[in-house]
Every structure is written in structure tokens, then in C-alpha cells.
Design a protein around this ligand. Sequence first.
Ligand SMILES: Cc1cc2nc3c(=O)[nH]c(=O)nc-3n(C[C@H](O)[C@H](O)[C@H](O)COP(=O)(O)O)c2cc1C
Length: 174
Amino acid sequence: MEVLDLIKERFSPYEFTEKQLTESDLNTLFEAAGKAASAFNEQPWRFVYALKQDAAEFKVLHECLVEGNQGWTENVAALVIAVISTNYEKNGNENTVAQHDLGLAVGNLTVQASAMGIHLHQMAGIVPQNAINKLNIPEGFQPVTAIALGYYEGESMVKERRPVNEIAFKGNWK
Ligand SMILES: Cc1cc2nc3c(=O)[nH]c(=O)nc-3n(C[C@H](O)[C@H](O)[C@H](O)COP(=O)(O)O)c2cc1C
């Protein structure tokens, strides 16, 4: 079997159309995110989001991005701040794979979005302290990334990837 088209054709645009996203679209995406596997089923992912049409909320999330990312995200349909819970609920120990599990959740969200014709562009370029202060993120939680979401109508911008033989080694590292 070939790699699924919606995986092969995914890319992260810098431009989005004016088309809005709905609360229901976002709920579906977060439901997909929440189906991901996680260590001890901790589900350490949390998401704070704002839709473009909710201008005041959107502005606050937008202010959590570094300047370089603020420029091209002014008109995206939605912004999300992706957050981890840093410690296991059951014993208080540090969850050293929380970021891994957040990545799995965002991976699910990405595939679901692609199936719905929605593009997204993830960002490490956030100002975590802004997010903590402006979004009321409680102690024990850490903002990690942001996601811009919306629709795209231009040409495909799929980037080159390393071939499989550069990323997977049979038996030992070669
Ligand atoms: C965790 C993560 C952080 C990223 N941070 C930024 C960012 O701060 N600003 C930006 O413009 N793109 C950012 N990107 C987008 C990547 O540059 C992009 O995914 C990569 O070049 C591969 O391109 P593609 O997603 O179109 O396949 C980030 C992507 C990921 C997954």
C-alpha cells in the first residue's frame, strides 16, 4: 500500500483564504487530537484556541507569537496554543515524554484537518510567558507551540523529504 495522499500532499502554507473556521470544525480537530496514544494514557495535551471572528480572543492569542510569526498570521482563520501538562497526575513525576505525546496529538489533528480540507502551520516561535500570563495557563502546564489554521487555495508547496534510507536503519545505525 502507498502512503495516503492526505499525508503525501500536506504542507504548511504561509497564506490562507478568508474562509472562516467554525467552533464545530475546531471541536472535531481537537477530538481527533485527543484520540492519540500517550504514556500511561496521561493525555498531557491541552489547547487554547481562538477563531478569527472572535476578534478580541484572537488578538490575545496573536500576541503570544514571536514577531516573525505575527506578520503572516494576522488573517488566519484560527490560532491554537498547544500546551503540555508537565507531570504525571498519578504520581507527580515529571512526564519526560509529554512533548512527544503532544506531537502525536497534533499529528492526529493534522491528518483530520487534511481530510477536512483545512491546512495548518505549526510554530515553535511563541513567547511562552505571554501565553502563560494572557491565557491564564495554570502552574504545571507549559505552552510549547502554536498552530495557525485555515483554508488554502494556491499551488501545492510540498517540500522535499529525506529518503527512507536516511531515516530508518535495519538492525543498527548505518
Ligand atoms: C514544531 C514545529 C515548529 C515550527 N515552527 C515554525 C515557526 O515558528 N515559524 C514558521 O514559519 N514555521 C514553523 N514550522 C513549520 C516548518 O518550518 C515546516 O513544517 C517545515 O519546513 C516542513 O514544511 P511542511 O510542513 O510544509 O512540510 C514549525 C513546524 C513544526 C512541526
